[in-house]
Every structure is written in C-alpha cells, then in structure tokens.
Design a protein around this ligand. Structure first.
Ligand SMILES: *[C@@H]1O[C@H](CO)[C@@H](O)[C@H](O)[C@H]1NC(C)=O
Ligand SMILES: *[C@@H]1O[C@H](CO)[C@@H](O)[C@H](O)[C@H]1NC(C)=O
Length: 600
C-alpha cells in the first residue's frame, strides 16, 4: 500500500479536497486502484449533529455514516463507496484510545498523545486503507489522505506527528506529500506573491514532512519566474511546482494537473513509473470537462428550498443535476427559489416584500422542472407545498426528495383528498390528518440523533412504473436514507385510489419509499436521497428522469427506441455531426450505466 498525504497551507478553503480527489482521478487514469481518507481535526465524532447552516450538507454513506461534502467529492470523483471509517477525526481517535484505556489495554501505563494517540492514528489509517471500496473486491493500491486545516494549527499537530512517523513505518517509496498553498495577487500591477507559500512550506518541513508537489492556488496561471522562485526558495524542482488556477468547471482540475505532469511526479515518488505512462484521461476530458462547457440547450430547474442562501447545503443535489444534464445534453439553469417567498406577504409569520413574492413566483413559473430537496420542516414548508401544487396542477415535472416527498403527500391530501388540515406531526403535532408521522421504532438513540440512516433496499410494487424503467430494475433498487418522519400508512389506500401510487416500499410494505402520480408527465418523489449515489458517468435515474421530462425527452428515452432529438441550437454546422454522435453515445451510455449500476 502506498500513501499520498495532501496538506494545506496559508489559509483553509483552498480546494484541498478537490486537489486530493483530482490526484486520485489521475492515478485512476493510470490504472491504479485508489481509496481515500479524510482527516478532520475536530472533536466531533460524526457530522450528524452539526448544523447544515454552519457546516454545509450532511453527506450520507452506504453504512449510514454521516460525513461532509468532502467524502461526497471523493465518492463522485473516484466512483467509490466509502464508509464512516474513511473520515478520521480527533474525537474518534480519542474515543477509541480512551475506551482502550478503560478496558485496561494499556496495562496501567501512562497514556499519552505520543505514542498512544499517534499510534492509534497510524493503525487507523493502515486498517482503513486496506478495505476494498470500488466494488471490485480488490484492495486499493494507493490511499490519498487529506489532512484538514492548515499545517501549524494546534488542532492538527497530533496528526502531523503521526504522519511524520508513518512515512518511516511504510518506508521510502511508499509515501509522498502534496502541499496545497496560495499564491495571492497583490497591488495594481497584479504581482503574484510567493512569500506565504515559502512560509508554509518551511513550517511543513520543520514538522518533518517534505513535499513532492506544491499545488499553488491562484486566479491566473503562475508566471515562469514565479514558479522558479518558488522552486528555489522551497527547495523543490520547478516541475514540482504546479499552478492551480481558476478553470471553467471542476472536472478540468485533473486535466490541469495532468498537463503539468503531476501524475509523473507522484508516480515516480511512489515507484509507479510504469503506471504513469498509461495515463488516459480521454473519457474524463470529452465526457465531462469539454462536454459540460459545450452544452447549449438550456433546461431550467427551480430548486425550492430554505437554506438557499447556502448552496453548500444542497451540493450533492446540484451535482446530481449536473450529472443528469451531461447525460441528457442540456445546459443547467438553476433557479433558486426561496420557499418562504412563495407565501403571500402578510400571511403567517412571513416578513418578505411583495417584490420578493412576485420574483419567487416568476422564477417558479418559468421553470421547466421543479425540485424540492430534503430539509427540515417548519418555516418555508407552506411555500414548498405551493410549489408542489403548481407542478401537479400545471403538469410541470416535479421531483421531491425526502421532505420533498412528504410535501407532495401533504399537498395531495389537502387539495385532492380534501383534508384541509393535513400536515406533518413534525411541525403540527395536533393535525387532524397527520399524513406524515414520526417513525415509531426510530426512537432508539443513535449517536448524534435518531434517524433511519444509510443504504436500504426499496422493493418495487410493479415494473410498470417510471421508477422501474428509469432504474432498469424490475424488483428492487437500493438507495441511501436519512430521515425521521415517514408517510402515514393509514392514508396510503385513499391516496392510491385517488391516483398517487406508492410504487416503492420497504420489506414490510408499510414504509413508503417512492411515489408517482398517475396522468402527469413526471411527478415523482422519493423518501431516500438518490443524490448521494449520483456519479458523473452514472447519473442518478431520478435526476435524469427530471431533466429528461423537463426537456421533453423522457418518453423517447423510456420507449428506448430512438435517441432524444436536440432542439435547434446555435452550433456551427461542422459540429453538428459530431454533436449528434455524441448525443447518441450519451443516451446509450446512460442506459448502459443504469444497467451497470443496477447489477452492482
Ligand atoms: C468527519 O467527521 C467530523 C466530525 O463530525 C465532521 O466535522 C467532518 O465534517 C467529517 N468529515 C468528512 C469528510 O465527512
Ligand atoms: C401545518 O402546520 C404549520 C405549522 O404549525 C402551520 O403553520 C400550518 O398552518 C398548518 N397547516 C394546516 C393546513 O393546518
């Protein structure tokens, strides 16, 4: 097993995670099997209790582990399924050392940060790196370790020391360091300043870690003289200094690294020279980076939510929409709609203006498709219900996730079944018609809260539904859950009779997983979170369904006969044939991907 440690300097938030996962992509493109570990020097034990407002999205893993968007990034970039152990925190390490101390494992010795905590960190890394994560059953060859924070922080010291020792444990040629740093531009002439990077490399070296690569974030490519200066002051060769400037889309980052020979440097530091020669990023370039920039025909999706000011909270949803747009050849136009603004001003606790109200409705009305993602109840739910109603009555494609499914059910109960007081017990305990209720057996306390979490089977009631066709599955699918409330089974029969079909359920048949509305172009909602399993080359079926429906391609796609017809686009004539070919390829690939995904 070989290890690449990715550290950060100067400031946080430089895109260390993207750099680390891009290096993973490069290695994968060289035919190397990769896994990854994210170290967060926090005392929290998992991300479940953290506020999405402060912390961005909570990303759910197959095993029910609650992580943050970094592990999501790794899973998407590297097409892996990680576990909660791939996120190592100070809290987890201390917890395990203290438990062992209580058990008497240390035979009454004094337990200290060095060596007990540092050994525990090294053992953890070795153990977790030796787990197959790509579905092949084969062990990874290289583990990319991202160390959160910046070197020199008090918090990360035990980890830095553990990793310093670790390089000797695994031996020369099995360990290298990539340091991500910042080259700010200062002054009227826009001079690129190397000093912060020099200092952070000096700190890194003083802690016993020597970088094989310096990845320098800057808005523009580094000038040659800047690169040479960095090389000489930081004691590396010029080719070890990479420029990481701003690019048009995130998928360009691995290509940018490849163009500078990063894979060669890393592979030679790890004794994998033969692999470097095999690097092939063709699919990544044509299927993602170039393709994304070349998409023309727009599709407008309204994302109706509450934390909208905080795009991070919906990062996986946005990514899944992007994957679907790549597969469906559409340029994503995301309309962010603040759900509270959909309610008329003056009603309830609403405090927004008439203009905001009008703008929200204009955005919603102009959308080709509506997406209500997961979230918490309370404020803003009445607005989401209005959005669901707009989509249902207007024949606008709708996709609801988790709370978005409960919203669809409440709306249906109120408008179609005539149960005016229908509500969720989450925010209205006294509702006369509680169509959404707390899950009774979930009240066992799980670390960080009470939730039904992780990958579960969803059994399909029939293969004659959009879900089965999109997933290319007859009997069952598997997706990741994170919820506390569910559809009240007592109302299911009445809703089904009125046209709302619950086509996916758990093994007992009493817990609803997927709903579909009859006689509507696309009105689908899921209790699970399909966004967590969406991958750039394997768009999540429901997201693909939404985009296809919103762009008038769904029926053609489902009938499987022809490829979607692209609407007239402003394209040079010479590109047309190539574009057509690309289009056909994508849709076939989309089908194949769905089939492959199903087999796994
Ligand atoms: C790992 O867990 C910690 C503690 O809960 C959390 O703060 C962090 O965001 C998690 N990191 C990842 C990559 O999931
Ligand atoms: C549902 O509950 C919310 C929160 O208590 C409340 O504001 C709303 O009026 C209720 N809706 C109906 C139709 O009872």
């Amino acid at each position: 097993m070989k290890y690449i440690l990715v550290t950060g300097g100067v400031v946080s938030g430089l895109g260390k995670g993207v750099t680390a996962s891009s290096i993973g992509v490069l290695l994968k493109a060289c035919g190397v099997r990769v896994t990854s570990i994210k170290i967060d020097p926090y005392l929290n034990v998992d991300a479940g209790t953290m506020s999405p407002l402060e912390h961005g999205e909570v990303f759910v893993l197959d095993d029910g582990g609650e992580a943050d968007l970094d592990l999501g990034n790794y899973e998407r970039f590297l097409d892996l399924s990680l576990s909660r152990d791939n996120n190592l925190t100070t809290g987890k390490v201390y917890q395990s050392v203290i438990e062992r101390e209580r058990r008497g494992d240390y035979l009454g010795k004094t337990v200290q940060v060095v060596p007990h905590i540092t050994n525990e960190i090294q053992d953890w890394i070795e153990r977790v790196a030796h787990v197959s994560v790509d579905g092949s059953g084969q062990l990874p060859e290289v583990c990319v370790i991202e160390l959160g924070g910046t070197v020199g922080d008090i918090e990360s010291m035990p980890f830095v020391e553990a990793l310093r020792q670790f390089q000797f444990r695994v031996g020369a040629g099995n360990f290298c360091v990539v340091h991500v740093s910042l080259v700010p531009v200062i002054g009227a002439v826009g001079e690129q300043k190397t000093k912060p990077t020099q200092h952070s490399v000096a700190t890194l070296r003083s802690l016993g870690l020597n970088p094989s690569l310096l990845a320098c974030r800057s808005s523009e490519p580094l000038g040659d003289s800047v690169r040479e200066k960095l090389a000489s002051f930081c004691h590396v060769r010029p080719e070890q200094v990479l420029t990481m400037h701003d690019v048009s889309n995130i998928w360009r980052v691995p290509l940018m690294l490849e163009a500078q020979g990063a894979h060669k440097t890393v592979c030679s530091a790890l004794g994998l020279e033969a692999a470097a020669a095999r690097a092939d990023l063709h699919r990544w370039r044509t299927g993602l980076a170039d393709k994304w920039d070349a998409l023309v025909t727009p599709v407008r999706i309204a994302l109706v939510g509450k934390y909208v000011e905080l795009m991070d909270a919906y990062l996986s949803v946005t990514k899944a929409l992007q994957h679907a747009c790549l597969a469906a050849n559409r340029r994503l136009q995301l309309e962010i709609v603040e759900s509270e603004h959909l309610v008329a001003p003056g009603e309830g606790e609403a405090t927004h203006s008439q203009d905001e109200h009008a703008a929200a409705w204009a955005a919603l009305r102009s959308a080709d498709g509506v997406l209500v993602p997961g979230g918490f109840g309370g404020r803003g739910t009445e607005g989401k219900i209005l959005a669901a109603r707009h989509a249902r009555e207007g024949g606008v494609p709708y996709f609801g996730i988790c709370l978005g499914m409960q919203i669809a059910v409440i709306e249906f109960a109120r408008s179609v079944l005539g149960l005016a007081g229908a509500n969720s017990t989450e925010w209205d305990a006294a509702s006369p018609d509680p169509v959404v209720v707390f899950m009774p057996e979930i009240s066992v306390t799980h670390k960080g809260g009470t939730m039904r979490l992780g990958a579960r089977r969803v059994l399909l009631e029939t293969s004659d539904c959009v879900t089965a066709k999109l997933y290319q599955a007859e009997r069952e699918i598997q997706e990741r859950y994170r919820h506390r409330y569910e559809i009240n089974p007592e109302y299911v029969e009445r809703m089904e009779a009125a046209g709302l079909r619950f086509v996916g359920r758990d093994e007992t048949g009493a817990r609803m997983g997927v709903l579909e509305l009859r006689d509507h172009p696309f009105y689908v909602a899921a209790q699970f979170h399909p966004e967590f399993k969406s991958r750039p080359f394997k768009a999540s079926p429901f997201f693909l369904g939404l985009i296809l429906a919103a762009s008038g391609q769904l029926n053609t796609f489902l009938s499987g006969r022809a490829t979607p017809v692209s609407s007239p686009v402003k394209r040079r004539a010479t590109d047309a044939a190539a574009h057509k070919q690309q289009l056909d390829g994508t849709i076939h690939a989309a089908f194949q991907n769905l089939a492959v995904q199903e087999k796994q």
